[in-house]
Design a protein around this ligand. Structure first.
Ligand code: G1P
Length: 307
């Protein structure tokens, strides 16, 4: 029986430059998909996997994120006075218990590996999860829960993976895996952001990890790698060479890259269509837009609408 995974690290210190100017004053993790910020999707997924301790690696300019996890007593009493019980219930669902949230600061943006390493004193000698909130995964069984279930058999370290277009490898950590056709693969090597001509495969790491505490020890001495940054991928690769205990799970679900504008818009459409209150109306609107585009594909305004 493996140790239970109860702690998760959420690296949220990035600038979010792809969403400027919005991210000049709003942390990108606070951008909403319909009505819930990206970070809420990550937290809900963590909770569904049994995570009870939430560690956020933040930086300057992220106070909106810290406020988000606080109670808002004035707002709650105003809602109660106005009989808005359904909104109060919605707030209640996102409440974090006292003492379950911790923040550590990343003083310098030195890379994902460095961000995770900043949380080392809060982890101790136990396995932990890492969730990158940019990667939003829509799945019947939440992705991290699928991983925790697979990890119960494999132990060691585990990353989530999916196939990406071969020309896209330089945007991801890429895996070299052993033979096998099941969802759980044994990982022989991993390399951060390789050019397609040298990539060992087109299986990309997606932002969900279950890691041994020894990865944090590797991060003590890992040198800057791809992009001049301290890479988590390089620390996990060291686990492979020393202990050969890394697995990858081909998760079931659809991943949206909400770190990119296009992925963010796609997720907005997908979650908008799934919304019980909005879905029908929104779907009808999208159908109308698409039909108008088919009627007159050269109409510049329509083309702009659907691109
Ligand atoms: C990070 C990781 C990379 C992984 C990706 C998934 O890269 O370093 O290995 O494939 O997340 O989203 P980033 O997107 O932060 O450049």
């Amino acid at each position: 029986m493996q140790n239970k995974v109860t702690k998760a690290i959420f690296p949220v210190a990035g600038f979010g430059t792809r969403f400027l100017p919005a991210t000049k004053s709003i942390p990108k993790e606070m951008l909403p998909l319909v009505d819930r910020p990206l970070i809420q999707y990550a937290i809900d997924e963590a909770r569904a996997a049994g995570i009870t301790d939430f560690i956020f690696v933040t930086s300057r300019g992220k106070s909106a994120l810290e406020d988000y996890f606080d109670r808002a007593p004035e707002l709650e009493s105003a809602l109660a006075e106005n009989g808005k019980q359904h909104l109060l219930d919605r707030l209640k669902q996102t409440e974090m218990g006292s003492g379950t949230v911790a923040y550590v600061r990343q003083h310098e943006r030195l890379g994902l590996g460095h961000a995770v390493w900043c949380a080392r004193h809060l982890i101790g000698n136990e396995a932990f999860a890492v969730i990158l909130p940019d990667d939003v995964i829509d799945a019947e069984t939440p992705c991290l829960k699928q991983m925790v279930d697979a990890y119960a058999t494999t132990g060691g370290n585990m990353v989530a993976t999916m196939e990406v277009a071969p020309e896209a490898t330089s945007a991801y950590g890429i895996l070299d895996v052993g033979p096998g056709s099941g969802p759980t693969l044994s990982v022989r090597g991993m390399v951060e952001k390789p050019k397609p001509e040298v990539a060992p495969s087109n299986l990309a790491i997606i932002g969900r990890y279950i890691l041994r505490p020894s990865v944090l020890t590797h991060l003590d001495s890992i040198k800057a790698g791809a992009g001049g940054e301290i890479q988590l991928t390089d620390a996990i690769a060291r686990e492979i060479s020393e202990k050969d205990n890394v697995h990858a799970l081909r998760f079931r679900g659809k991943r949206y890259d909400c770190g990119s504008k296009s992925g963010y818009l796609q997720a907005t459409v997908a979650f908008g269509l799934q919304d019980p209150e909005l879905g029908d109306e929104f779907g009808a609107y999208l159908a109308e837009v698409m039909a108008a585009r088919t009627d007159d594909p050269t109409d510049a305004r329509q083309v702009q609408l659907v691109r």
